[in-house]
Ligand binder design. Structure first.
Ligand code: FES
Ligand SMILES: [Fe+2]
Length: 285
């Protein structure tokens, strides 16, 4: 299977990487050992000892931050270099090292760069919404293993027309089968949006926003950042609220009734500057 390697991949939630507890993760077919170094920063190394191929995640993190192989005790630093051989005269063969991978902790996630290209942290997808959210809004953090080709998962996420059927009564209903669909592409993102004005609020949104069965203007947008970071932006303002903002939404300087009206509900004022309404060419203005 071929993968995009020059990209930041999520390895785990930060809270799952505890001091002194090396973890194993397989990313783009590569088994990694990930642990916190002496300064607490995440370290990612190839998970195969060059001596007898023991998986390094079964070793231990020493007080000096080195990772010690659990088989015969070779130690490796954060660059992957073997820095201690506890046997005999302690000779360290030149080839006794493992590949290290850039690792960064951001938005309460541990990100690993798997390629040979420059690992620029500025290319980490902006998931700062996680940082800004009050604790009561971040309801659940978990991992979902799927025995499926990742491209099928991408298909599922980009095509939210399934929500009216697969998530009937929760994320969709008979009113949300039809929608105005927009697709936009930017540098390394793609957004698929469904706009469903004047519908009965799907059950989850009715419950969250206490619409009490009222008619709403519902939307569901999903943005993907190549190759594997996805974020959704759904919402359900009452129809009357949207009508009051027409023809301009008030969220940008244009005079159109646009999709950024949806951001009006959930985004801070600083984010309400750019019209996101896609033109017929598929770009945003
Ligand atoms: S297999 Fe790692 S030290 Fe021997
Ligand atoms: Fe779904």
């Amino acid at each position: 299977m071929s993968f995009v390697k020059n990209a930041w991949y999520v390895a785990m939630w930060s809270e799952n990487l505890k001091d002194g507890e090396p973890q194993e993760r397989t990313i783009v077919g590569e088994s990694l050992v990930i642990y916190r170094g002496v300064d607490g920063a995440p370290v990612a190394l190839q998970n195969r000892c060059p001596h007898r191929s023991a998986p390094l995640h079964m070793g231990r993190v020493c007080d000096n931050g080195n990772l010690e192989c659990g088989y015969h005790g070779l130690q490796f630093d954060a660059t992957g270099a073997c820095v201690r051989n506890p046997h005999g005269p302690g000779v360290i063969p030149i080839a006794a090292g493992v590949r290290s991978f850039p690792a960064v902790e951001r938005h309460t996630l541990v990100w690993i760069w798997m390629g040979d290209g420059p690992a620029d942290p500025a290319r980490i997808p902006d998931l700062s919404v996680i940082d800004r959210s009050p604790p009561e809004h971040v309801t659940y953090r978990d991992v979902l293993d799927m025995d499926a080709h990742y491209e099928l998962v991408v298909d599922n996420l980009l095509d939210l027309s399934h929500t009216a059927f697969l998530h009937r009564g929760v994320l969709g209903n008979n009113d949300t089968v039809s929608a105005e669909i927009r697709a936009t592409r930017e540098a390394d993102t793609v957004t698929a949006s469904r706009w469903m004005p004047g519908v009965k609020a799907p059950g989850l949104f009715d419950m969250l926003f206490r619409r009490d069965g009222g008619i709403v203007d519902h939307w569901a947008a999903i943005t993907g950042r190549r190759p594997r970071a996805w974020s959704t932006t759904p919402g359900s303002p009452p129809s009357a609220a949207r009508a009051a903002r027409a023809p301009g939404c008030g969220a940008c300087t244009c005079s159109r009734r646009c999709m950024s009206a949806r951001r009006f509900i959930t985004s801070p004022p600083s984010a309400r500057t750019r019209c996101r309404f896609p033109t017929t060419s598929g770009r945003t203005s």
